[in-house]
Design a protein around this ligand. Structure first.
Ligand code: NOJ
Ligand code: CA
Length: 537
């Protein structure tokens, strides 16, 4: 079970309102008590933080905002002593515009070796005033920005699939490959257990950079495998991955997980063929509603498609880019990816959302494969849906003029202590880069620790039983004999996981009740709507 730490929102040691490594180190024991195996850190490298660290200016140095490399090594030593493995986030599709390579490219002439590290092109039109093609940024607006040449004239354009502060590397250039092999080797030599690779489906652009048909989105969303997209899921990506895999194979027991928003799952599975990634985030699963038929379908397809290439499936319900699943399930309709939920949106039903989220988490954590948990979901945190515009930092919000509120709502700092001041124990000063909603007081970790029936205790119990029965590597089958039109059951290593999607209650089958998402563990007998149980048969 891998736990995602979003460093700026986990715990703040120096009280400046932004989470950091010292703060994280101080909270590591509490985290380890959840029973997790590994931590994936979202990027904490040197960065102007235009996209919360996904704009890297130096891949080998920790940003002073979070601490120093030494502080990371201290954190790591402690994590090791607690039996936790460490996964770092590598961002190879683009760097920050402040990276020395991009700065050198700006200073060099068109066509120079420096410019060849990125994707610079002349514009169209008599004066080159029209962008080289029609590509749009994932965050909104044009994917090209025109620069001022060193002599002061308006000149070439550079490509940025994300923010203008995130120029895309030119992966056709062997020097870019060498550069990233250097980055991976650096961290492998230091001993990291693995990598999460950002935008793993976007590195290679179609030759000639042809116009895209239709709007660019983060997800390919194409059901038809023959349809080509000029920058998502290009075949050339796989050769790069194979090179990295060869590199990792030279080390003991290292793994890499792809962030590849590629659908359908049959296509996503190509990313985890035996000589490619070890895992890839199952975004098909993440996007599945809490619905009996849809879940049965996506689990069947995932196990089938990943099984075909001999890879484990992964399971994930929330991360720092998506609406927290508590709020998603409490919403009348699921907002489009990247849209977010803001004060003007229809507000989610918090209690119903939490109930469904707990049931969904219990459904997920019983499945075989790699499970990913995003910080705060173990507390049942909702999205901050009322965050005012003045606090927002996600480039999506600015690049769409507020039309999409973006992802800040799932990135609010964690509440540790209900009476821990305005930031609920995130630090001792009360400062917080995003203010927590008042409701976070109820969700604070100290309100849940040791409290039967709390979401935190539920997660602890689920993770403990998952380990105990080796469900991560278990023998799975759906259990039609325990399922009905409104319930879905599966059996993994002798544990029946049974969910009721409602509306009516049903009687529980015989067996030892291991976990239930709605009562404390002493109450047995019925399975109510939007509830999951684990039963040892
Ligand atoms: C995916 C990351 O998860 C997201 O947070 C980031 O904005 C984009 N990639 C660009 O790096
Ligand atoms: Ca700090």
């Amino acid at each position: 079970m891998i736990y995602q730490i979003y460093p700026r929102s986990f715990a703040d040691g120096n009280g400046d309102g932004i989470g950091d490594l010292v703060g994280t180190t101080a909270r590591l024991e509490s985290l380890a008590s959840l029973g997790i195996d590994a931590i994936w850190f979202s990027p904490f490298f040197k960065s102007p933080q235009k996209d919360a660290g996904y704009d890297v200016a130096d891949y080998k140095t920790i940003d002073p905002l979070f601490g120093t490399n030494e502080e990371f090594y201290d954190l790591w030593a402690k994590a090791k002593s607690l039996g936790l493995r460490i996964i770092v986030d590598v961002v190879p599709n683009h760097s920050s515009d402040q990276h020395e390579l991009f700065q050198a490219a700006l200073k060099a002439a068109p066509g120079s070796a420096e410019r060849e590290m990125y994707i610079f092109r002349d514009g169209q039109g008599a004066k080159g005033e029209i962008p080289p093609n029609n590509w749009e940024s994932v965050f909104g607006g044009n994917a090209w920005t025109r620069i001022q040449e060193p002599d002061g004239t308006l000149g070439q354009w550079y490509l940025h699939i994300f923010d203008s502060s995130q120029p895309d590397f030119n992966w056709e250039n062997p020097k870019v490959r060498e550069f990233f092999e250097g980055v991976l080797s650096f961290w492998l030599d230091k001993g990291v257990d693995g990598f999460r690779i950002d935008v793993a489906h976007g590195l290679v652009k179609q030759v000639g950079l042809p116009d895209v048909q239709g709007a660019a989105t983060h997800v390919t969303g194409e059901e038809d495998q023959a349809t080509e997209h000029p920058f998502w899921g290009q075949e050339g990506v796989h050769e790069i991955i194979r090179g990295w895999r060869e590199l990792l194979n030279k080390y003991d027991d290292r793994a890499m997980c792809a962030e590849a928003w590629v659908l359908p799952l049959s296509r996503m599975a190509k990313w985890v063929r035996p000589d490619e990634y070890h895992q890839t985030f199952n975004f098909g699963y993440l996007e599945t509603p809490w619905d009996r038929a849809a879940l049965e379908k996506v689990v069947t397809e995932s196990l089938h498609e990943f099984g075909k290439v001999g890879a484990p499936s992964t399971w994930v319900l929330s991360n720092h880019d998506t609406i927290r699943h508590t709020s998603k399930y409490g919403s009348p309709s699921i907002p489009m990816h990247g849209m977010g939920i803001g004060p003007d949106s229809e507000q989610p039903d918090e209690a119903l959302g939490l109930r469904k989220a707990r049931a969904a988490s219990a459904f997920m954590l019983g499945l075989p494969g790699g499970a990913y948990v995003y910080q705060g979901e173990e507390l049942g945190l909702p999205e901050h849906t009322m965050l005012e515009g003045k606090y927002r930092q996600d480039p999506t919000y600015f690049r769409t003029n507020g039309e999409k509120v973006g992802r800040d709502g799932c990135r609010v700092p964690l509440p540790w202590e209900a009476n821990g001041g305005a930031s609920f124990g995130f630090n001792t000063t009360g400062k917080s880069w995003l203010p927590a909603p008042e409701s976070f007081k109820r969700y604070a970790r100290d309100q849940q620790e040791g409290v039967p029936g709390s979401t935190l205790e539920l997660y602890k119990r689920l993770i403990k039983e998952r380990k105990q029965f080796h469900l991560g590597s278990g023998e799975f089958r759906f259990a039609p004999e325990y399922s009905s039109d409104s319930t879905l059951g599966y059996i993994n290593n002798g544990v029946l996981v049974l969910s009721n999607f409602g509306p009516d209650s049903v009687n529980l089958p015989a067996g030892k009740l291991l976990v239930t998402t709605q009562h404390d563990l002493t109450v047995e007998g019925v399975l109510e709507h939007d509830q999951t149980v684990w039963i040892k048969l």
